[in-house]
Design a protein around this ligand. Structure first.
Ligand SMILES: NC(=O)c1ccc[n+]([C@@H]2O[C@H](COP(=O)([O-])OP(=O)(O)OC[C@H]3O[C@@H](n4cnc5c(N)ncnc54)[C@H](OP(=O)(O)O)[C@@H]3O)[C@@H](O)[C@H]2O)c1
Length: 217
């Protein structure tokens, strides 16, 4: 599959490298296609990895990951271009963390709205699936690094897009029954508002490599 990964941070590079390993054709998008972060990744990713602007990365793709800073995601996706996202599954990994007041960050949108919903509203023809935002980048593509059974969530309005996203998650190593479908995109509120707890757990445990398990009879 041709996949666009928007974002050159730890998350974008981790996901893009895993996708290349899985033999997808990956174009990583950035504001600076000639920037060091992008060139470095392209240099180490082999013939299936390339770099481009946000717009060219989205245009070349059949499926797109949003791995941009949450506060900039709407801007980055606008730069990608609605026409390049139309009809495509858009897996949104971003969290709307606002670090402007220092640590711990606050959420720039919460309670009765979420970044996932804002993205779906701004790009109504994209098939937005919120996923992977509840785990650290290292865990996203190596779920086995956390012992035991533990869970991920998918949120989105389009059932076929959620199935497509879940199949990719399975290829990352997440057992199918570990992925809980929370419902429509408004359920992204819950996974984004989990972040304050995630940040405190990281402090309490002294590591970012953990996850939660949902237990039910
Ligand atoms: N780090 C984690 O373990 C983790 C875990 C779960 C979820 N997340 C979420 O995943 C996303 C990516 O996180 P990250 O740590 O990899 O990197 P990040 O530093 O949060 O984001 C880096 C990306 O955001 C883009 N960006 C920043 N400001 C921008 C602006 N004003 N306009 C357009 N694009 C802009 C950058 O573009 P350029 O390439 O052009 O510089 C870069 O590609 C975030 O939303 C984060 O909350 C992170």
């Amino acid at each position: 599959v041709k996949i666009g990964v928007l974002g050159t941070g730890t998350v974008g590079r981790t996901i893009a490298s895993k996708l290349v390993e899985l033999e997808h054709e990956v174009t990583m998008g950035s504001r600076s296609p000639d920037g060091d972060a992008l060139l470095e990744w392209v240099g180490e990713s082999g013939e299936r990895g390339s770099g481009a602007s946000f717009a060219d990365a989205a245009a070349a793709a059949e499926l797109v990951f949003n791995c941009t800073a949450g506060g900039a995601s709407l801007e980055a996706l606008a730069a990608a271009g609605a026409e390049n996202l139309d009809g495509k599954t858009l897996i949104d990994v971003a969290n709307p963390l606002d670090f402007s007041q220092g640590m711990p960050p606050t959420l720039s949108v919460c309670n009765d709205d979420s970044l996932g919903e804002q993205i779906q509203a701004a790009f109504p023809q994209a098939r937005v699936v919120k996923a992977l935002n509840t785990v650290n980048a290292a865990v996203m593509t190596a779920p086995d690094s956390v012992p035991g059974d533990h869970n991920l969530f998918v949120c989105g309005n389009d059932a076929a897009a959620k199935s497509e996203a879940t199949a990719l998650l399975e290829s990352f190593g997440w057992p199918r029954d570990s992925v809980i479908d929370l419902g429509d995109i408004s359920s992204a509120r819950g996974t984004e508002m989990y972040l304050p707890l995630w940040l405190r757990l990281m402090g309490a445990l002294g590591t970012a490599e953990f996850n939660i398990a949902v237990c039910a009879p």
